[in-house]
Write a protein that binds this ligand. Structure first.
Ligand code: HSE
Length: 299
């Protein structure tokens, strides 16, 4: 069976929720997949000149893992149409893994349930927050502290949009994880706990006044500052232009602000100008929340 999957971009580490809260965005890649007698991968759009058009492609590897887990043949013809920019902290690798895995699972008659699929994509990606949101849509809280993925999905009720300022440089997630310390001060951990609770309360109740300060982070952003020139100024510029707050998206370098819709254009301009003051061109885009996650259709 031939299937098509639309898979969203994501913000991982949403605000203070390092590695535990992901948000799916209204920006998508598409994967078309069908079982075949020889592997075939084509890529168009973002990454078309750099991503391997072979079985080494992350989409194909994820599809093959699903087939292996189901005890089936893992040879597919795959067509990727990519819109999520790569290396910018918007979950492009999670989208590739989830796109390939969800498409293969659907094409093979859904041998894996949601939890098994989430476990597989988490282990491929190495951290759970992007893949959970890409697979399930909305906002997803994930906890892998027991070695298994426990997840809770909800749709933010706030009256707000996401404004993403995407600069012209990339950050390697491996390098950005390497920048993190082994231990953090207890006061920073406590501050993040309080903010995470307030953030989730703001998102689930829609009370945007709870967002004041709730998007701030002390667990990863300070350590990644040197990889993202202008990070603090861009976050401040977003706030001064009327955003409720702004965060480093995933491991960066994109900065994502949460703002009232009528302030979104001004917030985007202010963030782009702030990156400019640090010598980087950036583009801004206004996004909503994707509620569908990896949505499968049969073309
Ligand atoms: N939670 C991960 C990290 C997301 O910050 O390292 C990477 O995109």
């Amino acid at each position: 069976m031939r299937v098509r999957v639309r898979v969203p971009a994501t913000i991982a580490n949403f605000g203070p929720a390092f590695d535990v809260l992901g948000l799916a965005l209204s920006l998508h890649n598409e994967v078309e997949l069908e079982p075949s007698d020889r592997p075939e991968v084509t890529v168009s759009g973002e990454g078309e000149h750099v991503l391997p058009a072979t079985a080494a492609n992350l989409v194909a590897r994820a599809a093959e893992r699903v087939a292996q887990a189901a005890g089936r043949a893992g040879v597919f013809r795959i067509r990727c149409r990519n819109r999520i920019p790569m290396g910018r902290g918007l979950g492009s690798s999670a989208a590739a893994i989830v796109g390939g895995a969800a498409a293969a699972n659907a094409a093979l008659g859904r041998p894996l349930g949601t939890d098994a699929l989430l476990d597989l994509v988490w282990k491929m990606e190495g951290h759970p927050d992007n893949v959970a949101a890409a697979l399930l849509g909305g906002a997803v809280l994930v906890d892998v502290s027991t070695g298994r993925v426990a997840w809770t999905r909800f749709v933010p009720r706030w009256d707000a949009v996401i404004v993403a300022a995407i600069p012209d440089f990339t950050v390697s997630t491996v390098e950005a994880r390497g920048a993190l310390p082994e231990c953090v001060p207890l006061a920073d951990a406590v501050a993040n706990l309080g903010r995470t609770a307030r953030l989730v309360a703001a998102m689930t109740t829609g009370e945007v006044e709870l967002l004041a300060g709730a998007l701030d982070d002390a667990l990863h952003q300070p350590y990644r500052r040197r990889l993202v020139p202008g990070m603090d100024d861009v976050i401040t510029a977003a706030r001064e232009a009327g955003a409720y707050g702004a965060v480093l998206s995933g491991s960066g370098p994109t900065i994502a602000a949460v703002a009232p819709a009528d302030r979104a254009d001004g917030v985007g301009r202010a963030m782009v100008a702030a990156f400019g003051r640090h010598g980087h061109r950036a583009v801004s885009t206004v996004l909503g929340i994707d509620e569908s996650g990896a949505a499968v259709t049969t073309p």
